[in-house]
Ligand binder design. Structure first.
Ligand SMILES: NC(=O)c1ccc[n+]([C@@H]2O[C@H](COP(=O)([O-])OP(=O)(O)OC[C@H]3O[C@@H](n4cnc5c(N)ncnc54)[C@H](O)[C@@H]3O)[C@@H](O)[C@H]2O)c1
Length: 378
């Protein structure tokens, strides 16, 4: 069995999440690949302290080159602010390591294309993080779509909603500033999560109407003053894609940082003539399926803990955020090792570039107050 020896660059919120998922790899029973965290790099020495007691970690360093030189690291998860993606991702692939990148995969489309060119040049295995599709509910929806269970598609709605910026007194951080987050703002930050399944199923909208909002102009800078908060905080994309039968299907993709009442809500709704499906992390165990047999029914299925990679935790229990993140890491490791099979995979670099093309179209639409065309890599 192959072993993914992962190094982490960026030991903040997501670096720790990845370390925790790797530390309980024994939870996975049929992944067909081992994985362990062997090294961590963060430019802030204080961020490294938390990792120092993890038994598998052989090196912690503030120097990226030192991490990349480790022969006990064959893959790297990079979780740093967006403006640093391009430089660090390209370094990782130049060093010949497999790359698990974070979204949005570069600060903008041009950066994403340069990262993709580097990956192709060096022939590295690279995928991008987006964990919500690994919940049991969306997995069942993807299976239903692939087997034609919805019949002719009528509409798709998906989104990722946060109330994390509802409070205008919340101090600024890099995710709220164009310089670090990128001009696409909330689309860079939350968009990949919402767009992963539509991109995978060929539902990227080719006609796009974007409505973008900047709700809070400035925030406390943590030093007694105020700092400009210049990113788009909420984005709604209404578009149309063409399905396999050549029919136009409307799709809405919603991404919000100022969404009252929403802690971390990811949802997907697919409406077809034969059946419809709804899933939201607000009701995380539940899959809703509509069908009509003379009467119109919304059937509620309690899915329990039934993720794509089997786990030791019984199926009758509950699945959670840390589980879906671990399932995504399992998909990355399995695809790297050749054991993914028919299971759903992580975002590809091409899909990540396409997501930037979609955000660009949404920003153009906002600027021109018009419906615009979006073109994608094939
Ligand atoms: N998949 C998800 O659910 C999810 C959730 C949140 C964030 N993210 C993404 O993860 C990435 C990181 O976000 P975060 O919330 O973990 O950020 P964070 O601010 O919590 O952590 C970033 C870490 O990177 C370190 N760092 C900065 N520059 C560095 C450098 N040059 N070398 C080494 N380390 C450096 C910082 O010191 C910090 O510890 C972003 O791309 C973000 O979009 C993904």
């Amino acid at each position: 069995m192959k072993t993914l020896r992962l190094g982490i660059i960026g030991g903040g919120l997501m670096g720790r999440e990845a370390a925790s998922a790797l530390a309980r790899w024994c939870n996975l029973v049929d992944v067909g690949v081992k994985a362990e965290l062997t090294a961590v790099c963060d430019c802030n020495p204080a961020a490294l302290e938390w990792f120092q007691n993890l038994p598998s970690v052989r090196k912690t360093t503030t120097d990226i080159d030192e991490l990349l030189a480790c022969d006990f690291v064959n893959a790297i998860y990079v979780a740093v602010p967006h403006h640093l993606h391009e430089e660090i991702y390209r370094k990782v692939v130049r060093a010949g390591k497999a790359l698990l990148a974070e979204k949005p995969f570069g600060v903008d489309r041009a950066a994403a294309e340069r990262i993709l060119a580097g990956i192709r040049e060096h022939g590295c295995f690279a995928r991008i993080s987006s964990e919500f599709p690994f919940w049991p509910g969306p997995q069942r929806i993807v299976e239903a779509i692939k087997s034609g269970g919805c019949g002719r598609l009528l509409q798709v709605r998906c989104g990722f909603l946060h109330a994390s910026d509802l409070n205008p007194e919340k101090p600024i951080n890099w995710k709220r500033q164009v310089e670090f987050c990128g001009a696409a703002g909330v689309m860079n930050d939350l968009g990949m999560h919402a767009a992963h399944i539509p991109m995978r199923l060929g539902w990227a909208p080719t006609q796009v109407y974007g409505r973008l909002q900047n709700v809070v102009d400035e925030r406390p800078d943590g030093k007694g003053g105020m700092a400009p908060c210049d990113t788009w905080e909420n984005a709604l994309i209404d578009g149309v894609f063409t399905d396999a039968e050549g029919t136009s299907v409307p799709i809405s993709i919603e991404m919000k940082r100022v969404a009252p009442g929403e802690t971390d809500t990811w949802y997907l709704e697919v409406y077809g003539v034969d059946s419809c499906y709804r899933f939201s992390t607000k009701e995380p165990k539940t899959l809703w399926r509509f069908f009509c047999d003379g009467e119109q029914w919304w059937q509620k299925t309690d899915l329990g803990n039934t993720p794509p990679f089997k786990v030791v935790t019984p199926g009758i229990t509950e699945f959670g955020f840390s589980d879906c993140f671990q399932q995504m890491l399992a998909a990355f490791a399995a695809e790297w090792a050749g054991t993914l099979g028919e299971r759903f995979g992580c975002v590809t670099p091409e899909e990540a570039v396409n997501s930037h093309l979609l955000w660009e179209a949404a920003m153009r639409s906002q600027e021109e107050a018009a419906l615009v065309k979006a073109n994608y890599l094939s």
